[in-house]
Design a protein around this ligand. Structure first.
Ligand SMILES: C[S@@+](CC[C@H](N)C(=O)[O-])C[C@H]1O[C@@H](n2cnc3c(N)ncnc32)[C@H](O)[C@@H]1O
Length: 272
């Protein structure tokens, strides 16, 4: 795990070493990514209504800035990192680039240019349903994950290692198939990280382990090397621990590195 601008780390990593590179760069939302810390207490005169209709009072405890998410030329920011990512992939390696609707189409054109159109493998849509819903347009509730391979046809892809999911209409396929479930397609319905529970670190933009588990299971082997150079809370590392892969995580934010350190210490049973 490295606290550094990935631009300075990528040239020092060994070419051809990684079976899987997953990156979830800042989305260019134009926002500063912060975590607000609130204390909530029962109060009949409180400012919000919670579970069971009870009133609660919230008190702001402060904010932690995690990272800036605004770039004048987003593609220019990513281009050299994507070019180097291609060189870092093993011959059977795969790159997953996690984006939202603001930049996905620009980055896809750039990836076609860098890898070649024949190296495009998939566009995965991760659909979720949470948070505010504007009423003047369709609420945007999906991310796009672009998938490119180093050499078409040579990529690792273990379809059987991916957890199956329930059929949408199990009555149409018969009881045996329904019990076994189906292989996921390129459209993944998956909840966001639950607001409470083991998985949640509090890092803004943390991605769910379930989404990363599919990627790691399909596109790397046990013991293989995986890389995330916009690591955030370290979801790729956590999943690699669970599935027995080796990994390198890089993030320029000291807060991210602190979160990763605590998370992986819990995952591996090491003291911080
Ligand atoms: C969208 S978040 C990643 C979230 C992560 N996938 C997770 O599940 O927690 C993007 C991360 O990129 C980091 N970042 C931004 N610019 C960077 C750079 N030049 N080098 C390394 N990390 C950078 C930010 O600090 C932030 O943690």
């Amino acid at each position: 795990m490295l606290e550094a601008d990935c631009a300075s780390v990528l040239p020092r990593l060994p070419a051809g070493a990684f079976e899987l590179i997953y990156i979830d760069p800042p989305f260019n939302t134009g926002q500063r990514r912060r975590r607000r810390r609130l204390a909530v207490a029962r109060d009949d005169d409180g400012d919000r209504t919670g579970f069971g209709g009870h009133r609660y009072r919230t008190q702001a405890l402060g904010e932690t800035l995690h990272y800036e998410d605004s770039f004048e030329d987003y593609v220019a920011f990513l281009r050299p990192k994507l070019e180097r990512a291609r060189e870092l992939l093993a011959p059977e390696g795969t790159l997953y680039v996690h984006l939202d609707y603001r930049e996905a189409h620009y980055v896809k054109v750039e990836l076609d240019r860098i890898f070649g159109r024949d190296c495009f493998l998939n566009e995965i849509i991760w659909a979720y349903d949470y948070g505010a819903k504007p009423t003047r347009r369709w609420p945007a509730k999906h991310d796009t994950i672009l998938v490119y391979v180093r050499n078409p046809g040579e990529q690792l892809f273990d379809a059987e290692a991916v957890e199956r999911e329930p059929y949408m209409a199990p009555g149409l396929v018969g009881p045996r198939k329904a019990a076994r479930g189906k292989r996921p397609t390129d459209t993944w319905w998956h909840t966001i990280v639950p607001t409470s529970g083991r998985e949640r670190t509090g890092y803004p933009t943390q991605k769910p382990e379930g989404v990363l588990r599919r990627i790691v299971a399909a596109s790397s082997r046990p013991g293989g090397w995986c890389l995330d150079f916009f690591a955030g809370s370290g979801t790729l590392g956590e999943v690699c621990e669970q599935l027995g892969r080796r990994y390198v995580l890089v993030d320029s934010s000291p807060q991210a590195i602190a979160v990763i350190r605590a998370r992986l210490a819990a995952a591996t049973g090491d003291a911080c």
